[in-house]
Design a protein around this ligand. Structure first.
Ligand SMILES: [Zn+2]
Length: 312
């Protein structure tokens, strides 16, 4: 009987060990304050560092763990789960997803397997129903192999959040701020009120030029005005380092978006062509920031087209 149990245990362990390819990047949880932690990703493009380029976080309560975002591969999420297990053996109750972009959701299946409920912002289905979602997953199965592979799949949310939502777990109080379509089809942040820690998601990129894509940049700038008024001790951006200086952590994204709006807004109003506008703008305030060369021109063009549409 004992031998059978041992064999079964070995079998279970070997199956679990095979489930997710190990990562070589260092996935380490950092304690911020109280029961709030975060896992800082590295600064790079989507497929660099084995996809470990975004942040995730978790809060440990007496009734279970609340996770914020799930990193860019199941392997990374599995490594994060290992970090959570160093702190607590409480069940993973909830994953709050800031938005459905690949670098924040490909790890979801790991937490789903743990029995967690997935809460995601309204707009998530626009992403899940889109062709882009499948095409991108296919291309990441190549670019991020073996960490993203045929076993990797998109996980549907259990609950859609479409307004500011408060909830409690154990003695911890939480507030989800729902922002609408800002950086993506739907964005939200999580505040652990008990720990005075805000997990912002990708409305803030610290230490690098943000990815604008098809964002609603006017709404984004307004959202930042709102978030800048929130009083918190610790601020965890979607990308870049967390800090206890929230205004400073938000500063680059805030200045950059308002700069784009101002300069390109003027150009659109005066019906200037994009090419010449771009060349005459003095970018020196931002050109030494990481990801400037990769992202700035694309961002500027996206904002120019967006403003042409909305200022018409
Ligand atoms: Zn991101």
């Amino acid at each position: 009987m004992k031998i059978l149990t041992l064999l079964l245990t070995l079998l279970v362990f070997s199956v679990q060990a095979e489930e997710y390819e190990a990562v070589s990047v260092e996935v380490k949880a950092q304690k911020l304050i109280g029961d709030a932690y975060y896992v800082p990703g590295m600064s790079g493009a989507a497929t660099e560092f084995e996809g470990f380029i975004s942040n995730a976080g978790f809060v440990v309560t007496t009734e279970g763990v609340v996770v914020f975002d799930a990193l860019g591969t199941p392997s990374l999420a599995n490594a994060m789960l290992g970090e959570i297990r160093k702190v607590t053996d409480q069940p993973i109750k909830l994953v709050i997803v800031s938005h459905y972009h690949a670098d924040h959701i490909y790890g979801l299946q790991v937490f789903k397997n743990e029995g967690a409920q997935i809460w995601a912002p309204k707009g998530t289905w626009d992403y899940l129903d889109s062709e882009t979602a499948e095409t991108l997953l296919d291309s990441r199965r190549n670019a991020l192999f073996p960490w993203v592979n045929d076993e990797t799949h998109l996980v549907e949310p259990d609950r859609i959040i479409d307004k500011d939502t408060e909830f409690s777990l154990g003695e911890h109080r939480f507030l989800i701020s729902y922002f609408g379509k800002v950086h993506s089809d739907g964005d939200m942040s999580l505040l652990s009120a008990t720990d005075q820690t805000l997990y912002s998601g990708d409305i803030i990129f610290e230490g690098r030029i943000p990815f604008v894509g098809d964002a609603d940049i006017i709404k984004w700038a307004k959202t930042l005005d709102r978030v800048r008024n929130m009083q918190v001790e610790y601020f965890v951006p979607g990308h870049g380092s967390a800090s206890n200086q929230p205004k400073q952590t938000m500063d680059l994204t805030y200045r950059y978006l308002n700069f784009l709006l101002d300069k390109l807004g003027k150009a659109v109003e005066e019906m200037d062509q994009f090419e010449e506008t771009y060349d005459t703008i003095d970018w020196s305030e931002f050109e030494n920031q990481p990801a400037f060369d990769a992202a700035n021109r694309k961002n500027a063009y996206a904002v120019y087209l967006y403003l042409e549409r909305v200022l018409d």
